[in-house]
Design a binder for this molecule. Sequence first.
Ligand code: NAD
Ligand code: TYD
Length: 365
Amino acid sequence: MKSLLVTGGAGFIGANFVQYWLNHYPYHKLVVLDALTYAGNLANLEAVKDHPNLTFVHGNILNTELVKELMQHHQTDTVVHFAAESHVDRSITGPDAFLETNIMGTHSLLKAAKQIWLDSGVDDHRFHHVSTDEVYGTLAENDPPFTEATAYAPNSPYAASKASSDHLVRAYQETYGLKTTISNCSNNYGSYHFPEKLIPLVITNILADKALPIYGDGKQVRDWLYVEDHARGIELVLSKGKIGENYNIGGHNEWHNIDIVKLICQLMNEAFATEPELAQRFPDALSVAKGSAESLITFVKDRPGHDRRYAIDAAKSRCELGYEPAESFETGIRKTLQWYLNNEEWWRSVMDGSYQGWVSQQYHA
Ligand code: NAD
Ligand code: TYD
């Protein structure tokens, strides 16, 4: 039986990973360590809260003693590290929390893993670090996509903090022999995505009849991946990835921001036209009820240091791990939209912080 410590498992990708893992490996022990910041919500794990092999611990990755205690107590053999401050806009207005959690927090986990595994001769272990394609910086329109050999050139405080954490993970592998892997993934979308990021923000703003802010000219490009495909990619890195390697995970799915916003508007217009009860359930959604969600599109001042284009070359993951995204964007975006229409209570409660949680173990971080 494997025993995983999943940091940040109450956030968007972490919670999807936890649900994926418990569905596929219900006999594995899974401990989630999460500080429950604004982005982490126990509501994201409600569906699996009674799983006998899931333990949720409310605590901070900066607390090295707590991490060591958990790893020892649960005989952790695998760390999957998602915990991070993840929103670029917040990293521009307040970078400190990004440096603390993303750099110092990752270092705290590495120190704990080194002591619990290496200093006690535990050979069978893996530290998997979840990173981002944003560490590679930005691409021009016709540049080839990022490969694992692309030099790091982070542009936002968020990306710089993730790049630093990647370097620390690498250093612990090279210097101490910690068995590490890193995945660098493109933009994710899907269920439980906190509505400050583009796709869920646009969906929930349409339902509130609020402006849909497009930064700059809206011609920036992102490569969107369905969140469950990210979980599958990490699963493959854990089972087939080589120690000390980075793996790019991406969706072969580049979109201009403005086009994705227009597509969501069009799909929402269609949903309201075919399901008349939506207009009753969402009485504020006046524009979409009239079939004109796109009238909410509003161009606003650009984000400082805004990366123009991200695109992933996932050939290494395809050749070495057999990785291929399973979900098409066509189906994934419809599923996502439907999920937000069906889960109004979730997005309202995480936005106003009113969810009444459950905790299986409470620690003071
Ligand atoms: P998120 O912001 O939704 O969730 C982050 C989680 O980490 C939250 O549950 C939060 O409570 C927790 N957390 C934050 N600080 C903590 C701390 N000090 N101690 C313990 N827990 C803490 O983020 P996400 O979008 O799910 O991203 C997860 C990981 O994937 C991050 O490392 C991010 O850099 C990476 N990533 C995200 C994307 C994306 O598109 N969202 C793409 C590529 C990589
Ligand atoms: P975001 O979801 O914040 O992800 P990231 O910055 O990590 O790629 O943003 C995706 C893209 O959408 C990015 O180019 C910024 C843009 N954007 C807007 O145009 N308006 C918005 O309100 C937000 C949140 C993002």
